[in-house]
Ligand binder design. Structure first.
Ligand code: PA5
Length: 397
């Protein structure tokens, strides 16, 4: 279960009349949303596809030391941020998955190639377009490494491609070499692709994806909360709160906030509007950005993502340390509210893959609604395309 509080530390910042007006637009916004041809992520995933994902995950676990996932943006953040939440900080016992393709750092790639040189690894390259520079460069380096180690026939066993059904160089490669492949459907954009093989395959290695899928679709029931959240954010933006600070109090959630930044940043940030998403990990960042939030320029509102119960129990002075951590978060929210900062509170009852998956659907839905409230197309990312093209031109020369 997930609880939403859009009132306690927010109400006093909202103009009731404007709030009611935007709330009354709900049916109109939902109709626009339902008419979009980019909401494939709301449809039920095919059972045969789930079986294929599970058997491929089993094949990877049974035959290799580790999986290398190559992808960036929407082809990376979903599974990576989810996986990070449930990994142990120390002595992690899950199957090893390495993520690459998010950097052109020679240091990182040199070390990666050296590390993989003696490993028996499988690579899953994920790119809807098949032309993204970081993914292409990393994949080429990895293929060269595979070629140094194996015959063409053997290489086939090591490569899995997740890309468009028909278009792009990766699909062409699949056809030419009979590589194992998965499809990112046409009606699902990168940042909304959590419920596709782009993320479900890497997740199926260490998680029961049926639980993840069930939790995801459970998120559909949160439609009223998703619309309410979109309205509150829009009104805060209109009252000059142009920055949303996502706050978490567990280090493992730090990539989940990166996923949120991409989701909201790419969905709303166009035509010179949109809320700038940023994030803090508490209590660490209370000793840095905390000063600005409490006392500085009042351009910020905050969204707290808290977990009520966790499995680990540590006692501190006769008290449950996790409960204490949550009390600290409550105090911070109160202090920031007193410092003239609106704070939205989202609390997950229990830390489970099911609940995180519901939360993902909730945020996707809310971001899409928000796009319509801002008057922009939620499912494109023209800004990203412009910089991608600029890089392509530069590299041609
Ligand atoms: O959300 C998006 O569409 C983008 O962030 C893309 O996912 C990202 O640019 C990667 O694109 P591709 O999957 O084509 O490599």
């Amino acid at each position: 279960m997930i609880k939403f509080d859009f009132n306690t530390y927010v109400d006093s910042f909202l103009d009731k009349e404007k709030y009611n007006k935007l709330m009354s637009k709900k049916e109109e916004v939902i109709t626009k949303f339902n008419n979009s041809n980019m909401i494939g992520w709301t449809k039920r995933i095919d059972e045969f596809l789930i079986q294929d994902i599970n058997s491929t995950a089993k094949y990877i676990k049974d035959n290799f030391d580790c999986l290398l996932v190559i992808g960036i943006g929407g082809s990376f953040l979903g599974s990576y941020s989810f996986d990070r939440i449930f990994r142990k900080y120390f002595n992690d016992d899950k199957f090893k998955i390495i993520y690459a393709g998010t950097t052109l750092s020679s240091k990182y790639l040199d070390e990666l190639l050296n590390y993989l040189n003696n490993k028996n690894f499988c690579v899953n390259v994920i790119s809807k377009s098949g032309t993204t520079m970081e993914t292409t460069i990393t994949y080429k380096l990895i293929k060269d490494l595979l070629k140094r180690k194996y015959s063409d026939e053997e290489i086939k066993k090591h490569i899995i491609i997740t890309t468009d059904k028909e278009k792009g160089p990766l699909r062409q490669e699949v056809e030419e070499n009979s590589y194992k492949s998965f499809v990112i459907p046409n009606d699902i954009g990168g940042r909304y692709s959590f419920i596709t093989p782009a993320h479900l395959l890497p997740l199926a290695i260490n998680y029961n994806i049926n639980e993840i899928i069930d939790g995801y679709y459970h998120g559909k029931r949160l439609i009223d909360n998703a619309y309410n959240y979109a309205v509150v954010r829009k009104l805060l933006f209109d009252s000059t709160r142009e920055v949303e600070n996502f706050c978490v109090s567990e280090q493992n959630f730090s990539y989940f906030t990166e996923w949120l930044k991409q989701l909201f940043g790419e969905t709303e940030g166009k035509q010179r509007v949109g809320i700038l998403p940023t994030s803090c990990v508490h209590t660490r960042d209370l000793h840095s950005l905390g000063q600005f939030i409490q006392d500085g320029n009042k351009i910020v509102f905050e969204t707290y993502i808290k977990v009520k119960r966790v499995n680990e129990y540590i006692e501190y002075n006769g008290r449950n340390l996790h409960e204490l951590n949550n009390l600290v978060e409550d105090s911070v929210m109160r202090a920031h509210f007193k410092g003239d900062v609106p704070c939205i509170d989202i609390t997950i009852e229990e830390l489970t893959p099911y609940n995180i998956s519901s939360l993902i659907y909730f945020f996707q839905l809310s971001a899409a609604f928000s796009g319509y409230l801002f008057g922009v197309e939620p499912f494109n990312q023209p800004g990203v395309e412009i910089y991608k093209n600029e890089i392509k031109e530069t590299l041609k020369g």
